[in-house]
Ligand binder design. Structure first.
Ligand SMILES: [Zn+2]
Length: 704
């Protein structure tokens, strides 16, 4: 491929396309020229490849990987900076570049000559020479191309494209309606009696919302306060408002969003389901659910249904008992709700009961979790489990902000195998909220003449916790500790991969419903006595976390877990039913489907006017269609993986070490090079079981 770039580009750090990103040199003004030039070159390279492609690994897959690598190097850095060092200039440049990048990616994934070459490779004598990882990469490429309609011709192709277009529009309309309907409702509270019970954070939010609609003198203390249906407002309001009438008002508005008038999503839902079914049929599937599962770990719809039914049977009675307990609790508080607990009372009393039983505040826990100690605890655990050593490598890589740390990961022989950046602190002005792991460089082997060079993986780990203030270290909440462990689990799969093909290294080519296995697996260790007590020491006194706090953390983990599980199952089962058995235009309406499933998946049946489906964006405007089950699917995997360590004995160092090495050599090392069921079986010696998840959730396994 062409290596000569015009002189002007020599100074553009975004066109280096190899090595660590030179964060000390990159400016927003580099973005557009780099992307424009890069895409021109890549387009030329793609055209050359399409004309000269050979149905071989080196004549097809390698050049494509190089092409993809250059784009993801540059565009990846830009996307990363959008998340951690945003600015109006960068955003403008990003928005100008993005459509061009999307257009190129679409063009690449829709390329017929590339698709044909993959198919030929699969039929060729060379096929048997490829190792299983290479074969899986090719098979996934063919599958993905076919799922995006590349295999279709003539009328079928035309119809497929029409459907895609209409579906994209309908999804946008769906989410716009939800947004608009959410925005259309609010109540302005002016009397302090109306905000009784609300926490200061919600009052601040509500005062700010009031100021944004013209109540310019609003303060958190004196109001007025604007209450909306946005989750950061609606959620805490339902948990804390002592005004039952207002909770009812907000609740009723919430469940009927986008179900009538100008923002009505009812017909859109039916049309989406109809088109998805038609699309699936064009691709050779009977239902949309089957098409969705073609690229997932779950083998069949019935496998998903069996899993959901097992969990449902195990959680239904418990959820019923939890509601009864809650009713009794409300009664004991001499509330008017007493025996007649309504939908808008559940969150409120659940929160009161939680406070009464084992309330423990973030502020009580924070002093025990200073970041440096938590990192030490995490790195010790990683060493204990996987034999790898994490050491500081600050100064060995340019960073985008002075608080960002750089670390090296070495194997048992002390050889570096990976690196990662850690950007721990919140910077609201320029950094997106939440936490995530992202790939900076992926592991890959490159042939340069006669030499083979292995590029080591580099990860970004991003959190959003309180920065150090007044000479105190950053003190973390327990949730932040869990989040750090979670993201580090994703990072481990990226960094400890042993796959040298970019297409299957780390998290690449891992099925979507299996990708949360290592991350959720790591969260389990936050509740492990040895791990937790090893790192949780008061930052001033060095005193260990009090046993009472530890017990409260354990109890909080399973609090009302039957209800929580049943709720997720309800969503997952409705989603599957609508995408598998439902007949658009048939005798049963979507709402009736939902109400039918609610009979066995809710303990407080939905109100007759509950139109929750009209705002179920996960499946009608997000990526979770016929995939909502994945939350539970991945939890089963991660809990079952952790239970291998419990069986080995959490205090038994030798056994933990051995089990840890096996986890490293399978789940963490194999990435997307094998089917996740094979990977799981290599680790666990059998297929996944729901027992561990049920036990961790405080539920009893049911015999079906
Ligand atoms: Zn995750």
């Amino acid at each position: 491929m062409s290596n000569d770039t015009p002189i002007a580009a020599q100074n553009n750090p975004l066109l280096l396309c190899e090595g660590l990103p030179p964060f000390d040199q990159i400016e927003a003004e580099h973005v557009l020229p780099a992307i424009t030039q890069l895409l021109t070159e890549l387009e030329q390279d793609l055209q050359t490849l399409e004309a000269e492609v050979q149905p071989t690994w080196t004549g097809l897959v390698e050049p494509l990987e190089q092409l993809g690598d250059r784009l993801s190097w540059s565009w990846g850095i830009i996307g990363h900076l959008m998340g951690v060092k945003n600015s109006p200039e960068l955003r403008e440049a990003y928005e100008a570049g993005q459509p061009k990048v999307v257009e190129f990616i679409n063009r690449l994934s829709q390329s017929r000559p590339i698709y044909e070459a993959y198919k030929q490779l699969q039929q060729s004598p060379d096929w048997s020479q490829l190792d299983p990882a290479q074969q899986r990469i090719v098979e996934s490429a063919i599958r993905d191309a076919e799922l995006s309609g590349v295999g279709l011709t003539g009328e079928a192709k035309e119809r497929f494209n029409q459907i895609q277009l209409e579906l994209a529009n309908l999804s946008t309309q769906f989410s716009n309606h939800v947004l608009d309907a959410t925005k259309a409702f609010n109540i302005l509270l002016t009397n302090p009696k109306e905000v009784a019970g609300l926490p200061p954070s919600l009052l601040s939010l509500a005062a700010q919302a009031a100021r944004s609609v013209g109540e310019k003198d609003s303060t958190p203390e004196h109001g007025p306060w604007l209450m909306t249906l946005d989750i950061p407002c609606f959620g805490p309001f339902m948990q804390h408002s002592q005004r039952r009438d207002l909770r009812e008002k907000l609740y009723r508005a919430y469940i009927s969003r986008a179900s009538e008038g100008e923002f009505d999503n009812t017909d859109i839902i039916d049309r989406i389901l109809e088109l998805r079914k038609e699309e699936a049929k064009l691709l050779g599937f009977t239902t949309y659910a089957e098409a969705s599962l073609a690229s997932k770990m779950a083998p069949t719809v019935s496998a998903v249904e069996t899993l959901q039914e097992q969990l449902r049977q195990a959680s239904f009675d418990q959820a019923t008992a939890e509601l009864d307990t809650l009713k009794t609790f409300a009664q004991e508080q001499e509330s008017e709700e007493d025996s007649d607990l309504k939908h808008w009372d559940v969150s409120f009393w659940a929160e009161r009961q939680r406070e009464a039983k084992f309330d423990i505040t973030d502020e009580q826990l924070r002093p025990y979790f200073p970041l440096p100690q938590v990192l030490d605890g995490l790195f010790n655990l990683i060493n204990r489990l996987f034999g790898v050593m994490v050491t500081a490598a600050d100064g060995q890589a340019p960073v985008w902000q002075e608080d960002v740390r750089y670390f090296q990961v070495a194997n048992e022989q002390g050889e570096p195998i990976a690196h990662f950046y850690l950007d721990p602190y919140s910077r609201p002005a320029e950094k997106r909220g939440g936490a995530w792991m992202d790939e900076c460089l992926g592991r890959a082997k490159f042939h340069r003449g006669d030499t083979v060079k292995t590029r080591l993986p580099v990860a970004y780990l991003i959190c959003n916790q309180t920065p150090p203030v007044d000479g105190k270290p950053s003190l973390m909440t327990f949730r932040e500790v869990e989040t750090l462990f979670h993201e580090f689990g994703h990072g481990l799969q990226h960094m400890l991969t042993q796959v040298d093909y970019a297409g299957a290294a780390g998290i690449n080519n891992v099925e979507w419903d299996a990708v949360e296995l290592p991350s959720q697996f790591m969260e389990n260790w936050c509740y492990d006595r040895q791990t937790l007590m090893g790192m949780a020491k008061h930052y001033e006194t060095g005193e260990s976390l009090p046993e009472e706090y530890y017990q409260k953390l354990l109890a909080a983990r399973t609090y009302m877990s039957g209800s929580a599980m049943l709720r997720q199952l309800h969503f997952g089962m409705v989603d599957m039913e609508l995408h598998h058995n439902y007949e658009p235009g048939g005798s049963e309406q979507v709402k009736q489907v939902r109400d039918r499933i609610a009979k066995t998946t809710t303990v407080l049946p939905p109100l007759p006017e509950d139109s929750f489906l009209c705002s179920f964006g996960h499946i009608f405007a997000g990526g979770y269609s016929a995939g909502y089950y994945s939350y539970k699917w991945a939890e089963v995997l991660s809990a079952d993986a952790f239970s291998a360590f419990e069986e080995a004995g959490l205090e038994n160092d030798a056994a933990i070490r051995e089990t840890g090495r096996r986890f490293r050599d399978t789940v963490l090392a194999l990435g997307g090079s094998q089917h996740p069921m094979e990977v799981f079986k290599s680790f666990r010696g059998r297929e996944p079981s729901t027992d561990a998840l049920l036990r961790h959730s405080g539920l009893k396994p049911q015999i079906l």
